[in-house]
Structure formats: C-alpha cells, structure tokens
Design a protein around this ligand. Structure first.
Ligand code: GLN
Length: 316
C-alpha cells in the first residue's frame, strides 16, 4: 500500500461548484472597465468558472457558458501564432521582462525607445499583431486569428463581437498613441490604423469560460491537445509561453497573482483570466469587475481558492 492512497483528492466538480456559489454571493465585485463604453454595459454580477483536466473531464460553475469579451487574454494566442510564424525573430521587436507598469503605460515605451517590455502589455501585443498582419490584408490576419481560436477551442461558433470592436475603435486614443510612438521607431511595419483595427478586433473575440479553457489545453499539456494528442507547439514553446504568462500576464499585478494563485495566467479587461496548471488543467474564470490593476477582482480570488483547495500552485 502506498502513502498516496491515503491522500484525500477533492472532487473537482464539487470544488468548482462551491467556489462559483461563494463568488456569486459576494458583494465586493470590483468595477467594470469603462474606457471601452461597450464593456461598461456588462452586468458585474456574473461569474463563470471552467476547469478542464488532462482526461478531458470538464468541471463548470456559474455562468461558464456565457460568452464575454476576452480582450487581453487574446494576447496569449496571438503570441503563440506569431511565434509559430516568426520563431525567435519575434524577440527583436518585443522584450520578455515584466513591466511593473500599467498595461497601457506610455512612459516606459519612451524610456525604451519604442521596444515594448513584453508581448502582454498593450504596445507589445500591438507589435505582435503587426507581425501577424505583415503581408496580409487585415481581414485575412483576423481570419487567421479567429480560425486559430476556433481550432484550439474545437468550436466553430467562436466569433467577434463587432459592437465591442467598434466601441474600442472609437475610443482607443491611448492605444493609437502607443502605436504611433512605436511606428516612429519603425517597430511597426504596417499602417497604424490597419494594425490597430486587427488588434481591436482580436480583443473583441467573445468566448465562454468553457471555450477559453478548451483553447488553453495545449499550454497545460506540453504543447499538445490532450484529446487528440496533436501537437500545437513544442513542449519548450509551451513552457516558455507559460513563463511569460506567470511573469507578465497580469501587468503590474503579476507579482500579486503569482503570490496568491501560483499559476501562469493571462487576464483581460473583460474580466476573464486563463490560468494554466501545467500537467493538470486549463482553467478559465470570468467576473467582469476589475481591481485597480485592471485584472478581474473575483476571478483572482476564485483562482486563489481553487489552487489552495486542489494543491495546484506550481510552487507546491
Ligand atoms: N483592448 C484592451 C486595450 O487595448 C485590452 C486591454 C486589457 O485587456 N488589459 O486597452
């Protein structure tokens, strides 16, 4: 008889249901993003959680099937796509150090001569999208990003919320400033308005927690889709994307997220977070209210509870 037979393994479904119940009841929900007017209209009382393990077992709680705006969570997937096309040449135009600054900081970009600190702050993600756009029409680049999301989620119904894209296009002055600044240093190849158009649309992809957790599976399983065994990226690349998620995925809240949750994660101002428990599960959580760093308030708290109860922190 081995010792592990005595270890109590909590039931995944039960844990997910419990956390969803607790989160629904909480009064502290953070504040929805208002700088993108369409996101300001989202009901902050929603909460969803989906966990998919390596055997394909899916545990869902709350509003796990309600689509939301994935916003900056899309940056994980455009980074994956761009690395597949350009390999390590990508790192000539974007760094991979945590920024310690807000996701839309302008000051840092000036200090660093137009080279963004990492691919997850806005200028970094805009520079990555610009690479994907090169040699294509915006609609082709966007089609490629959307097809990739549908392929990873194994769901052809994933789509773009045009209202959200148009809303950000109308009000995205700060992103325009960041993009123009990079363009002045030749960090972008394409006309600024075209690159921004693709970027705003990729951020406006709408997915549910279940779809997003499906899309993240390859990062939890050495670059492979565990259902089919097909390789999406190499194990080394998956490991490195996870490393960047851990260090940069929550902007100036990345340290706090690593401290409390202990998993690679990527947040978006729509209130979604994709978190990866390497070798174990892909997790998506959604609660639209944000904290002061622009990360989902209850999303982070729910993930902290989940990793604590399941013992899933990568720091053991
Ligand atoms: N589309 C948003 C922006 O560019 C994404 C930011 C985010 O999700 N943190 O401002």
């Amino acid at each position: 008889m081995v010792a592990s037979e005595f270890v109590h393994v909590p039931d995944l479904n039960l844990v997910v249901q419990e956390i969803a119940g607790e989160m629904r009841a909480r009064a502290d929900r953070g504040n929805v993003a208002t700088y993108i007017p369409e996101l300001a209209r989202v009901d902050p009382h929603q909460f969803g959680l989906a966990v998919i393990d390596g055997d394909g077992q899916v545990a869902c709680g709350g509003d796990a099937d309600v689509p939301f705006s994935i916003q900056s969570v899309s940056k994980v997937f455009t980074l994956t796509l761009a690395l597949g096309k350009f390999g390590d040449r990508l790192w000539r135009r974007v760094g991979r150090e945590p920024s310690g600054s807000a996701f839309n900081s302008i000051v840092q970009l000036e200090h660093e001569h137009g080279i963004p600190r990492n691919p997850f702050i806005n200028p970094g993600a805009i520079a990555v999208t610009d690479l994907i756009l090169s040699g294509h029409q915006p609609r082709e680049a966007l089609g490629e990003i959307l097809r990739f999301m549908r392929f990873l989620a194994d769901d052809p119904s994933v789509t773009i919320d045009e209202k959200v894209a148009a809303s950000e296009q109308r009000t995205g002055f700060r992103n325009a400033a960041l993009a123009n600044y990079m363009k002045s240093y030749d960090v972008l190849d394409n006309p600024v308005d075209l690159t921004l158009g693709v970027y705003f649309h990729q951020c406006a992809i709408a997915m549910s927690c279940r779809q997003l957790a499906m899309a993240g599976r390859f990062l939890a399983h050495l670059g492979r889709n565990p259902a089919t065994g097909h390789s999406v990226v190499t194990a080394e690349r998956a490991r490195r994307i996870n490393a960047i998620m851990l260090t940069c995925g929550h902007y100036d809240g990345s340290g706090e997220f690593a401290y409390r949750v202990g998993l690679p994660g990527k947040s978006g101002v729509g209130g979604g977070i994709l978190a990866i428990a390497p070798g174990k599960a892909s997790i998506a959580v959604w609660s639209p209210g944000l904290d002061a760093t622009g990360n989902s308030h209850l999303g982070r708290i729910a993930l902290e509870m989940l990793t604590k109860r399941l013992g899933w922190s990568i720091f053991a």
